[in-house]
Design a protein around this ligand. Structure first.
Ligand code: AKG
Length: 273
């Protein structure tokens, strides 16, 4: 392909493959779209399992006398793969892993994974307010610290409440003025089976679903290992021999805080082979 013409440019970024390109897009404008590579029949299965998981989750909450509605929790299925284990396949999706490695390096962990339901008929949706996924934070950083991979279970369209973003807003500390938000906000419309991948510091929001059908998605927030998980997954999952060592690392195993000086000294002892 011909080189893009330029002058006065002494430094330029190289991109070796598609993941470098997507990672660069995220660094520059805060978001991109990544194809999960799943087939139509696999997507149909995820769609069916999502609805089943929603039903099991609300039964589970009711059986424990928790009213999701009154807690404003009825649009989310927290820890979706714990409710329906097939969803671990999305957490460990290979193209996503490739992209995350470019952005966060070899060591990143899963902070949260939640099914999200943007209900039809213009019903209120908690995620439809602008926010960052590291809320209440106003710093900027030279590298991403946290990435949200929002999986589209259904197509995201303007009518059914596609995610809105303010491009490049992860580079600014303050939320932009309302007029600038109105000028810059962009709907990210994608086909089902796509991950909308966002720098968690990008201001973004869902939007009103004007159709009669729910628009379903699954957020996957991955962070550098310094940040606390929304759920401490090793405690919830227990020994879980079904996961590989690499997968356990992503789930946050091995990061427990040191709870005594003795434990610290033991951790510093030379390893005997
Ligand atoms: O549902 C959406 O379109 C946005 C989801 C969202 O804001 C989030 O996962 O933080």
């Amino acid at each position: 392909m011909n080189k893009v013409s330029r002058y006065g440019v002494l430094q330029a970024t190289d991109a070796e493959d598609v993941y470098d390109v997507l990672a660069e897009e995220i660094r520059l404008r805060g978001y991109t779209a990544l194809d999960s590579g799943l087939s139509d029949s696999q997507l149909d299965e995820f769609s069916r399992l999502f609805d089943e998981a929603e039903a099991s989750y609300s039964e589970l909450a009711a059986s424990k006398n928790f009213d999701l509605q009154s807690m404003k929790e009825s649009d989310a299925i927290r820890l979706l793969p714990v409710i329906s284990s097939k969803f671990w396949d999305l957490v460990f999706n290979e193209p996503l892993h490739q992209l995350l490695t470019r952005l966060l390096g070899q060591y990143y962990i899963l902070n949260q994974v939640n099914g999200l339901i943007n209900r039809g008929d213009k019903r209120e949706y908690h995620q439809a307010q602008y926010h960052r996924d590291l809320p209440y934070q106003h710093f900027t950083s030279s590298r991403p610290l946290a990435i949200n991979a929002l999986f589209a279970v259904d197509d995201f369209t303007i009518e059914n409440g596609a995610t809105r973003v303010i491009p490049a807003s992860h580079h600014r500390e303050a939320f932009p003025s309302d007029e600038v938000v109105r000028r810059l906000e962009t709907h990210v419309t994608v086909k089902r089976g796509t991950f909308v991948v966002l720098d968690c510091m990008l201001y973004h929001a869902g939007s009103t679903n004007y159709t009669t059908r729910d628009r379903r998605a699954i957020n996957h927030v991955f962070t550098i290992p310094m940040l606390r998980q929304q759920f401490h997954m090793p405690s919830i999952l227990g020994p879980s021999p079904e996961f590989s060592e690499e997968q356990k690392k992503i789930l946050g195993y091995g990061l427990e805080e040191v709870r005594s000086l003795d434990q610290w000294f033991l951790s510093r002892m030379p390893k005997i082979r």
